[in-house]
Design a protein around this ligand. Sequence first.
Ligand SMILES: C[S@@+](CC[C@H](N)C(=O)[O-])C[C@H]1O[C@@H](n2cnc3c(N)ncnc32)[C@H](O)[C@@H]1O
Length: 231
Amino acid sequence: MPVFGKGRKRRERTEFLETEVYRAPAESKHFSRRLYRAREKWNFEETSYKTIEKKFFRIFGKTSFIETRFEQAKRPVVTVDWGCGNGRAISELAKKFGKKIAAYGFSKDSFKEWSGIDNAKLVQATQEDILRYLKDNSVDLLFSNWGLRHFFWERNALLQKEKIVQGAFYVKRLFQKIRPEGMIAFDIPNRIAWQAKKELEKLLRRKAKIIVDKDSAAREGRSILYIVKAA
Ligand SMILES: C[S@@+](CC[C@H](N)C(=O)[O-])C[C@H]1O[C@@H](n2cnc3c(N)ncnc32)[C@H](O)[C@@H]1O
């Protein structure tokens, strides 16, 4: 169920982007040959639900957050994939949990695969549009795989601290959309995970519990940040 633009009537429908857009040309000076080869093998936009399940263990591990929440609330658990790419993970997740969830995917790009998905609502929206689209206190779970991390990471070391502060401010705004005892979870490079946690704690004092899980299985050195809203 794709919604283009902000889902408003009369808004121009945006063209699908071909995923090839993300493939760097072989001769690109910005990518080393090794990285380029890795990019060729791994499509950045189509992570499976299986990978998400493994990576976000606190949500989908032994006791699934969605199952538990559904048992308590007796209504579909509103679940958002921030930066959903081609929608594969959110669609597979919707298939797994069926009536137990209301599944949404957001991305600033749209993908041709979206037109084949009818069990999740996929919305093309920028980071600001997303905030307008979601009501305050309406989301149970918002996760982001290779999405929100970009708001925290800066190649230029001198600007890194500022970037983390800005990222934390954006997440604070997203946090308003989360219901009590709901959760935001996203991956982040190890080296900045604790700084990000500190910054978020400053902004969300007493409103949230923030947990950093180092993902030791990941080769690129990443952690998962879980932000759980107080009751
Ligand atoms: C690297 S892809 C990851 C896609 C998917 N989560 C996966 O794991 O396969 C990043 C996604 O985030 C979206 N994205 C990046 N920056 C964004 C922004 N500022 N606002 C909205 N979406 C954004 C992109 O359009 C893309 O769908």
